[in-house]
Design a protein around this ligand. Structure first.
Ligand SMILES: *Cc1c(COP(=O)(O)O)cnc(C)c1O
Length: 361
């Protein structure tokens, strides 16, 4: 007999999130370039802070995250009162969906947008609305045309994942200004630190009442395993989000490690310059091997093959060489593979293997 116990509408429409693979049966020399992780790991200062917290595990953590928010505010030149911290930026995105969208509402995301956005919309019973991009770039006019009286949230990542493309600040401004009055623009800045001189949209947040920026410690700070992210927005919205946040959502280990990580600006700068250097090299090498690749603003590149079959065959060859990259057919990019920018040896190894596949080496 079918159970009468049913979840809320929308929940069973959620396709489970698929993360990058991390192991290959029978191989010890696996090179994982599928989850945009920092090849250098976190800063030594973050590791030391992590270890120190082992003495305090019996203590409940801070509920207001004051020290971490102060550190973020100081390093980034922001207002600490308008920062909220979460279990990865995913949790901050979840707070926004939970607080601002529900049954009968629409949540907009774009064609190749991060797969968490429709998941979050469905989880709160709202309708995810997908908007086309133009040549793998977010298209502001198409988003504005899709907005209506039911639109509550527009999610875009800038730079975007998995395309690596971004739109200029004045386009974001135009998008925010053109939204219906009841809608929030969520600017997901997971890769913002990889763009020299870009504040992730923080100054736009400072001058508007309908933009929330989210950021993460998972990418440039090399702390994906620890789960810490944050958001920055108008006072009223941050106040709302704090009401749905659990008081002890982050452990002292997460808080202290993240604080040390963001204060180590020298290490962050090193990661940014190394990433930029090897990212440019990867794009150049891919193009020399006859593949197409857009210039990326993030810590990965998107290699475009002639067909889905060729992308799949190359992926299979890379696996046979112990290299895991990300297939992105689920992001409507079936002829592409997303490759995380590793350190020098990782970049050389993946290009060598793609060269073998193309019959060049
Ligand atoms: C990796 C990533 C995040 C970060 O998620 P966390 O929960 O902070 O680990 C957010 N948005 C996009 C687009 C990403 O690629």
């Amino acid at each position: 007999m079918a159970s009468k116990i049913k979840p809320q509408p929308g929940i069973m429409d959620i396709a489970l999130y698929v993360s990058g693979e991390s192991t290959l049966a029978g191989r010890k020399d696996v090179l994982k370039l599928s989850s945009n992780e920092n090849p250098y790991g976190p800063s030594d200062k973050a590791r030391a802070a992590f270890a120190r917290t082992a003495q305090q595990l019996h203590r409940y953590p801070s509920t207001d995250h004051a020290a971490l928010r102060a550190a973020i505010a100081e390093v980034r030149g922001l207002d600490a009162d308008r920062i909220i911290c979460g279990v990865g930026s995913d949790e901050v995105l979840q707070f926004i969906a939970q607080a601002y969208a529900g049954k009968g509402d629409e949540v907009i995301y774009t064609e190749h947008g991060f797969s968490m956005y429709p998941i979050l919309a469905k989880a709160v019973g709202a309708k995810p609305v997908e908007v086309a991009e133009t040549d793998r770039v977010v298209d502001v006019d198409k988003i504005l045309a899709a907005c209506g009286p039911k639109t509550r949230i527009v999610f875009i990542a800038n730079p975007a994942n998995p395309t690596g493309t971004m739109i200029p600040e004045k386009e974001i401004r135009r998008l925010a200004d053109g939204l219906p009055v009841q809608a929030i623009l969520v600017l997901d800045g997971a890769y913002a630190e990889f763009v020299d001189g870009y504040d992730g949209g923080a100054s736009l947040v400072d001058h508007s009442d309908n933009i929330v920026m989210t950021r993460t410690f998972s990418k440039i700070y090399g702390l994906g395993g620890l789960r810490i992210g944050w958001g920055y927005g108008p006072n009223e919205i941050i106040d709302v989000l704090n009401r749905v946040r659990q008081p002890f959502n982050l452990s002292e280990t997460q808080l202290a490690t993240a604080e040390a990580a963001i204060r180590d600006e020298e290490f962050t700068e090193k990661c940014r310059t190394e990433n930029a250097r090897w990212r440019e090299w990867l794009v150049k090498q891919l193009r020399e091997l006859g593949l197409e690749a857009d210039l990326s603003s993030a810590n990965f590149v998107l290699a475009r093959f002639a067909s889905p079959e060729e992308a799949e065959a190359c992926d299979a060859h890379l696996k046979s060489e112990g290299i895991i990259v990300r297939r992105v057919a689920g992001y409507k990019l079936p002829n592409c593979l997303r490759i995380t920018v590793g350190d020098e040896s990782a970049c050389r190894r993946v290009i060598h293997a793609i060269g073998q596949f193309k019959g060049v080496r």
